[in-house]
Ligand binder design. Structure first.
Ligand code: ADP
Ligand code: MG
Length: 463
């Protein structure tokens, strides 16, 4: 048995400084790339030393995923609960209201395929690192293919060194591939396609092409690509099935649609309605998207709401992964200050994050920005939630960003990719697993964590 790595040495960091060319060329060879604003293909930000973590922490993040899968599956099938808990947000947030308007008037009975990534930050509690959930990513849970290749790159760079055997395996690409192929299979028509729904001018194409190519070559599953606007204007319903061009659609796999900017034409909302009213399996469905809003994350920290869906040891483990949440109008107490949560958070602005019900990065308010925003919010306060800020101990990392080596203190988050497949009429899910991860690390000075936005970089884990 090998003992755990506890820290990297100075010589590990020095060696990493010299790996820039290898890392860049590995990235270009294996599609760890994106389009730049000028349409050039450039490497994604990547680490050149793995992030050292604790085995029990990584295992707990992985084991929490099926529990979260089941919880959110149950929430997304309880429309009455979603309507009640999101009623106030729906009144003040047009994006939530528009999503509700896309629900089919008579729900279509079809399989539910839920694919996600559950991002957690490590928080030291006594002698162990406890995962604290940042959020459940849904449509924005990209980069699985690229993350698997970052792990392979680290194995290559550290081949023959003691560190190599401590790297935590990452087979995220396989997990996503199997999930989509299983969805296609339960749809039951081998000629029907998996449709990748992408934003216009997508820069993160290569991560998607990796999945598309493997679906065709390894699973014999036809694939197609469309923007929401293309699907909304050209898609057709025929005898309950969704058709795009000459293809029947088995699964619509969303890589766009998490943000209001993706719905700049009425046709984009029409695309959502078409899918909801068809036999096509929507990944995610509108109900699943509503269930994964930050508002629902907040309400599930209320034990009464959580226990409606899960109880026992599973619920207790989920609760250990929650931090404090509040509505702006709640009365709370924090570090001796009592009052309206909005005022308490403004007083302790380093301890809170203000979030609208969005995914995709760049939407949240921290520190002085949080204080300013809280001052501006009027009647629309239900369009936001307050979340306790997770403070972790920074560690040193060396990474390659725009072909330049950076060395400095960082913080990190780990998310396992989750897949859950439920077929109507069956008691148990066909699939409920966590497979592969995204380790995203960022400079300690950055608040946000988006890789494609340049805030953070792709990492691998060693334990
Ligand atoms: P989005 O849906 O836009 O990705 P997130 O909730 O994931 O929103 O927040 C974006 C990033 O902000 C996270 O990846 C994380 O780096 C940082 N962040 C969010 N919530 C917290 C928190 N409670 N404590 C510390 N950092 C946070
Ligand atoms: Mg996120």
């Amino acid at each position: 048995m090998t003992c755990a790595v506890t820290a990297l040495t100075d010589s590990d960091y020095e060696r990493a400084q010299g790996l820039a060319q290898e890392a860049n060329e590995f990235a270009l060879s294996f599609g760890m790339v994106r389009y730049s604003g000028e349409g050039r293909v450039v490497h994604l930000p990547i680490s050149m030393v793995p992030c050292v973590s604790e085995a029990s922490f990584v295992q707990e993040v992985q084991e929490l995923t099926p529990l979260y899968n089941r919880l959110y599956y149950r929430v997304s099938t309880d429309l009455e609960f979603l309507e009640e808990r999101l009623a106030a947000a729906r009144r003040v947030d047009p994006f939530i209201a528009n999503l509700f308007d896309c629900l089919a008037p008579t729900p279509i009975e079809k399989p539910l395929l839920y694919m996600n990534r559950n991002d957690c930050m490590p928080l030291r509690e006594g002698d162990r690192l406890q995962p604290k959930q940042v959020e459940m990513n849904l449509i924005a849970s990209a980069l699985g293919v690229v993350a698997s290749n970052v792990y392979r790159m680290h194995r290559y760079l550290y081949h023959g060194t003691p560190l190599q055997q401590h790297l935590v395996e990452n087979d995220a690409a396989d997990g996503l591939l199997d999930g989509l192929a299983a969805g296609h299979q339960v749809f039951g028509d081998s000629r029907a396609a998996v449709l990748f729904v992408v934003p216009p001018g997508e820069v993160n194409v290569f991560d998607q092409r990796g999945l598309e190519c493997r679906l065709v070559l390894e699973k014999d599953v036809p694939v197609s690509r469309a923007t929401l606007a293309e699907l909304g204007s050209e898609g057709k319903l025929r005898e309950g099935d969704l058709w795009f061009g000459d293809r029947k659609i088995a699964v619509a796999y969303f890589r766009a649609g998490y943000s209001p900017v993706h719905y700049d034409e009425a046709a984009c909302w029409q695309a959502r309605r078409l899918i909801e009213n068809s036999s096509a399996i929507s990944v995610p469905s509108v109900a699943t998207q509503l269930a994964n809003t930050k508002k629902i994350q907040q309400v599930l920290t209320d034990p009464a709401d959580l226990h409606r869906f899960v109880t026992g040891e599973g619920a207790a483990r989920l609760q250990r992964s929650f931090v404090r949440f509040a509505r702006i109008s709640d009365e709370i107490e924090w570090k001796g200050t009592r009052g309206r949560a909005g005022q308490v958070a403004a007083r302790h602005s380093g301890d809170w994050v203000l979030k609208p019900h969005r995914e995709g990065g760049g939407n949240n308010f921290f520190g002085d920005g949080l204080v300013r925003k809280l001052g501006e919010i009027g009647d629309e306060h239900e369009a936001f939630i307050l979340m306790e800020r997770i403070h972790q101990r920074p560690f040193r990392s060396v990474r390659l960003i725009d072909n330049r080596v950076h060395d400095g203190l960082c913080v990190t988050e780990l998310g396992y990719f989750g897949v859950y497949l439920h077929v109507p009429g069956e008691d148990q899910p066909r699939l409920n697993y966590a497979r592969g991860y995204l380790q995203r690390t960022k400079d300690v000075a950055n608040d946000e964590g988006l890789v494609l936005g340049g805030f953070s970089f792709l990492d691998a884990v060693a334990v």
